[in-house]
Ligand binder design. Structure first.
Ligand code: NG1
Length: 404
């Protein structure tokens, strides 16, 4: 952590403690858990197709200061005044708050832990987070994982880390998005100074060291990706298209049980796209083309990172963005504009990150170029919109943990 970060973390702890004592009283044994947001460097809309991704955990996170209770009540307040106090009873079937309510991410963790592991003890807690919400940086997974970790501590529940990631991924579907497993896996398995290549079904994790002179700059488009409304439906419909496309192509190739990675390994990209072109309608073929190409780009990006080949990694990011904007149709004018500005300011490559429909972009540049890139975004994107800059340099961080 930089000195600034240490100071602001200390200040946040002090505010959390003060709030805890005001809400719930003093003199209890307090614990604290933290779970980071993430930025995905490449491999978008591949996780739910069992194809790889390459994210890293961020220095921004969600922390919960809490005291376990002897009963099943969960009581929470949030340091962010936009999010009001919430409470509920732990059980294997918990009725959700209204759609989009922040408390549903806590209920998501609680319901699955009660159902699958019989946890019965709740907690009183104060939530403090600095991952921007609804921006493709997984503030949602950070809250689900932090809540699940707090409940595990309260109930003395040991779990293997991959099983825990899988549980949190399934748990988060409580909110209605049929997400893949990337966010929770990186939130739990992030490693300082590393990106992590993640493969699915079964979950496999391979840290890749970040070349020392590389910097990833994240910029918020200021367009809110509404994950409890239209963006959720658009996301779920992409996922359904990919499943239908898989079904049609594997039937055409006579491989009834194959998943995307099996098909790629057995037939290669060209043969798969040719088969797709025979049996898929135009829109489904476009979705299929994105997924197959993006899976291969992740493999190539991992090689480029290992080789320190920034130019190659940047080209793959650009190709990823073009495919997400064209074939997958999940970009928007602001995301496109940010990627153009980042390239013009000297980035090796830039792309939207996360599900899209708004949220953030990520760009790769060398360390010495990062200040110029941030200045260009301020001057040409945020300034004209009368907004304060929402761009920052990502710092590859450790995954979720119990802090005290
Ligand atoms: P965001 O919208 O960035 O949290 C979503 C999914 C991921 C993955 C990406 C697209 C959830 C919780 N997360 O991420 O699993 O599919 O989109 O690559 O739905």
């Amino acid at each position: 952590m930089t000195e600034d970060a240490v100071h602001s973390d200390r200040a946040r702890r002090a505010r959390q403690l003060e709030r805890f004592e005001r809400e719930f009283g003093a003199a209890r044994r307090l614990r604290r858990v933290r779970a980071p947001g993430r930025v995905n460097l490449i491999g978008e809309h591949t996780d739910y197709n069992d194809l790889p991704v390459l994210p890293m955990a961020l220095q921004r996170d969600t922390a919960i200061l809490f005291a376990p209770r002897d009963d099943a009540r969960v009581r929470l307040v949030n340091l962010d005044a936009r999010f009001g106090a919430r409470e509920f009873e732990l059980s294997a079937s918990i009725a959700p708050f209204a759609a989009g309510d922040w408390g549903n991410y806590v209920k998501a963790a609680a319901e699955i832990l009660a159902r699958e592991h019989g946890v019965t003890r709740g907690f009183d807690g104060v939530v403090a987070g600095d991952v921007p919400a609804a921006s493709g940086l997984s503030s949602s997974a950070a809250l689900v994982v932090a809540s699940a970790l707090a409940l595990r501590v309260a109930n003395g529940l040991e779990l293997e880390s991959r099983a825990f990631a899988d549980l949190c991924a399934r748990g988060e579907r409580y909110v209605g998005t049929q997400g893949g497993g990337m966010d929770q896996a990186i939130c739990i398995h992030g490693r300082r100074g590393h990106a992590v290549r993640i493969d699915f079904a079964p979950l496999r994790l391979a840290p890749v060291a970040m070349p020392a002179e590389w910097r990833f700059v994240i910029a918020n488009s200021l367009v809110v990706a509404d994950k409890s409304g239209s963006a959720r439906d658009a996301y779920n419909s992409r996922r359904a298209s990919c499943e239908r496309a898989l079904g049609a192509v594997r039937d055409a190739l006579g491989e009834p049980a194959a998943r995307y990675p099996d098909l790629l390994a057995m037939h290669g990209e060209d043969e798969l796209l040719a088969a797709g072109a025979r049996v898929l309608a135009a829109e489904e073929l476009a979705r299929f083309r994105h997924v197959v190409g993006e899976g291969l780009r992740v493999e190539r990006a991992v090689e480029a990172m290992r080789a320190g080949d920034e130019r190659r990694f940047g080209e793959l990011m650009d190709a990823s963005h073009a495919s997400l904007a064209g074939d997958y149709a999940v970009s928007c004018a602001e995301l496109d504009r940010l990627t153009e500005l980042q390239r013009a300011a000297g980035a090796a490559g830039a792309r939207l990150t996360g599900a899209g429909f708004g949220g953030c972009t990520v760009a790769l540049c060398r360390a010495e170029r990062a200040p110029a890139l941030l200045a260009a975004l301020d001057e040409r994107f945020y300034g004209p919109r009368g907004a304060a800059s929402e761009a920052f340099v990502a710092c590859a961080s450790d995954g979720a943990h119990v802090e005290e």
